[in-house]
Design a protein around this ligand. Structure first.
Ligand SMILES: Nc1nc2c(ncn2[C@@H]2O[C@H](COP(=O)(O)OP(=O)(O)OP(=O)(O)O)[C@@H](O)[C@H]2O)c(=O)[nH]1
Ligand SMILES: [Mg+2]
Length: 287
């Protein structure tokens, strides 16, 4: 039986831990078993029950206080993650093996983990060896998606994760509940969900002032658009239907449920043989 995992990634404060706790509540409501593993050694509070917590293995504070290491918060986190990568047996022990596991990994927000450091890729490879089908979930805060240049930066971050991890990835625009239709940025954010990069460049060319960089930005936009590389799904934690759609996209990308038992569809109620369709049609016309 395959096992399933979501690697919940994204910049600091983009809503990863909130996404995990929202999904746990949603899963409970629909009677599905989903667990969370905290992989952030600097996490201070989250409001979901954890299956495993990396802080049992190593904590950033301990690393920073260590006289021989003398790391700051970012270096400390990188050290912790490298230590984690050398001790995957801790994770194996903590995960155990339950049939049909579905686990969310709440990752740290340091963007370098998804751009050039090897730790996350090593984790993906390890999970795959343990028969996990892994989907990347990359969150970008909708509050920043109000200007083209911020949007392009967000896309580049999501792309870095896709390129470096080589797993199916679902990109999510988080905190949509904070946008109100009265807000001028509301429309912008909706345009950004499935963007037409070429027209976006034209419409917002005022914000991109440098001629030299405009050419480069245009080339990047063209590449993204031509290959339809990035799309975003809106995530509003107050909208159950929306959460379900996000979950369906992710499930589809890792083929969750394909091994579940097939249920026979209900037989449609039989129509009486003597239905006279001409009569029905006649009634409609007379109305
Ligand atoms: N209204 C609203 N607030 C949110 C949402 N998601 C996150 N927040 C708020 O944004 C802040 C950061 O959320 P977290 O879930 O801790 O973000 P994170 O990505 O886990 O942060 P780090 O682990 O520090 O990188 C908190 O104050 C949350 O309450 C959301 O969907 N709606
Ligand atoms: Mg967090």
């Amino acid at each position: 039986m395959p096992r399933y995992a979501q690697l919940v990634m994204g910049p600091a404060g983009s809503g990863k831990s909130t996404y995990c706790s929202t999904l746990i509540q949603h899963a409970e409501a629909i009677n599905r078993s989903v667990q969370v593993v905290n992989l952030d050694p600097a996490a201070e509070h989250f409001d979901y029950p954890v299956m495993a917590d990396i802080r049992e293995l190593i904590m950033v504070d301990d690393v920073m206080e260590d006289e021989s290491l003398r790391f700051g918060p970012n270096g400390g986190l990188v050290f912790c993650m490298e230590y984690f990568a050398n001790n995957f047996d801790w994770l194996e022990e903590s995960l155990g093996h339950v049939e049909d596991d579905y686990i969310l990994f709440d990752c740290p927000g340091q963007i370098e983990l998804y751009t050039h450091l090897p730790v996350m890729r090593q984790l993906v490879e390890q999970l795959q060896q343990w028969e996990f089908r892994v989907c990347g979930v990359f969150l970008v805060d909708s509050q920043f998606m109000v200007e083209t240049f911020k949007f392009i930066s967000g896309i580049m971050a999501a792309l870095s994760a896709m390129v470096s991890l080589e797993i199916p990835t679902v990109n999510i625009m988080s905190k949509m509940d904070l946008l109100s239709p009265k807000n001028s940025s509301f429309l912008y954010v909706y345009l950004y969900l499935d963007p037409d990069m070429y027209s976006m460049m034209e419409d917002n060319s005022v914000t991109i002032r440098s001629k030299k960089f405009k050419k480069l930005t245009k080339a990047i936009c063209g590449l993204i658009d031509d290959y339809s590389m990035v799309r975003f799904l809106p995530f509003d934690r107050t909208d159950e239907e929306g959460i379900n759609i996000v979950l369906q996209h992710i499930d589809f990308s890792i083929q969750y449920g394909e091994d579940l038992e097939f249920k026979e569809p209900k037989e449609p109620e039989e129509e009486p043989d003597n239905t006279n369709y001409d009569d029905l049609f006649q009634d409609k016309v007379e109305d």
